[in-house]
Ligand binder design. Structure first.
Ligand SMILES: Nc1ncnc2c1ncn2[C@@H]1O[C@H](COP(=O)(O)OP(=O)(O)OP(=O)(O)O)[C@@H](O)[C@H]1O
Length: 343
């Protein structure tokens, strides 16, 4: 549905040339959700804006639904763009129009009959769960509600593709979750292909089928979410994955933490489970094999693309030699271990 072939984009900034995209190629199949993740300035916005030619690539090809966009005449491009919806971090609603009228706008612009506009907007309001807000103005809505209006507005044109430019970055975690759920719902119910950009691995993990990692204008890694999570090859990808799995050591353990096992303290071990880890009942095996009981202090286990990931902090009731055996056992199960200290 979307194909970028060897896209390069350079900008002229006073006396120097900035290469925002450097030979980017990617493909998104119909009905899939593809996430591009990268740090600030990596080229994410430029990339997504090249898909609907808001930004014209310096070289390369942009093919959407079989059409080579750079070869189209102005009217043909306008037609093709109707198939490509876009939502933004800051929603871009018209403050002088009600919720209903914001959603109706693209239909008015395409001269849709009034009765049809009415039915369609009411359907869209129901789809995004905002029927009661139709007469309200954007200023009285929460961030999540504004993004729902923006989603409904872009769906009004029946797009085949939806581009999401950091669509949840201005929202709190709970609202982010509900907007991501809505996007997944739209993707599945309407079979809309989604390309999104984000700097948060949690977004990728919760709704994407495939992911590309962008750095310095280049896609340095791409694949299915399950593959990338289980076999990340670059340090940057590993960092993004780790950032989505962070857990905090509770305050009372922090205060007791020391570098030595003096005074009968027990080792505090961090276990990092990835797609490569052996899926065994490791804690009970540790107790049976080494006679070492473990207390789970904090844990976060999740699934991405059908693979189990997570981090766990355990206090192992072990002494010196046993601790070494237990750490070696976890490593053998391909669980990344780190001795944090003693508590
Ligand atoms: N219109 C422009 N003129 C000049 N340089 C630009 C322009 N747009 C982007 N750039 C440069 O291109 C590079 C990539 O920018 P881009 O906005 O695509 O990154 P990003 O990954 O979206 O960053 P952020 O997450 O901070 O929005 C940056 O070095 C930026 O300064």
């Amino acid at each position: 549905m979307i194909e970028l072939k060897n896209i390069t984009k350079t900008f002229r900034q006073k006396d120097r040339v900035v290469t925002a995209l450097n030979g980017v190629s990617l493909q998104v199949s119909k009905g899939k959700i593809f996430g591009v993740i990268g740090a600030s300035g990596a080229g994410k916005s430029t990339l997504i804006r090249c898909v609907n030619l808001l930004e014209k690539p310096t070289s390369g090809k942009v093919i959407v639904d079989g059409q080579d966009l750079l070869q189209l005449s102005a009217p043909q491009l306008a037609q093709a763009r109707r198939q490509i919806g876009m939502i933004f971090q800051h929603f871009n609603l018209l403050s002088s129009r009600t919720v209903f009228d914001n959603i109706a706008l693209p239909l008015e612009l395409s001269n849709t009959p009034k009765q049809e506009i009415n039915t369609r907007v009411l359907d869209l309001l129901a789809l995004v769960g905002l029927q009661e807000k139709q007469h309200d103005y954007p200023s009285s809505l929460s961030g999540g509600q504004k993004q729902r209006v923006a989603i409904a507005r872009t769906l009004a044109s029946n797009p085949k593709v939806l581009l999401c430019d950091e669509a949840t970055s201005a929202l709190d975690p709970e609202t982010t979750g509900s907007i991501l759920k809505l996007l997944k719902d739209i993707n599945q119910r309407l079979n809309i292909t989604i390309l999104l950009i984000t700097h948060e691995m949690n977004v990728v993990k919760s709704i994407c089928d495939e992911v590309g990692v962008i750095s310095n204008g280049q896609l340095i890694e791409q694949g299915t979410v399950a593959d990338i999570f289980s076999h990340p090859t670059t340090e940057l990808t590993k960092k993004f994955i780790a950032s989505s799995l962070e857990i905090e050591l509770p305050e009372n353990f922090k205060n007791r933490l020391s570098n030595t096992p003096d005074g009968g303290k027990h080792p505090l071990i961090q276990l990092e489970f990835s797609g490569q880890s052996v899926n065994d009942p490791v804690l009970s095996e540790t107790a049976r094999t080494f006679g070492v009981d473990c207390n789970i202090i904090s844990a976060r286990m999740e699934y991405a693309g059908g693979v189990k990931f997570g981090v766990m902090l355990i206090e192992a009731y072990s002494t010196g030699e046993q601790t070494k055996q237990v750490l070696a056992y976890f490593e053998d199960k391909r669980i990344k271990t780190q001795l944090i200290g003693y508590v």
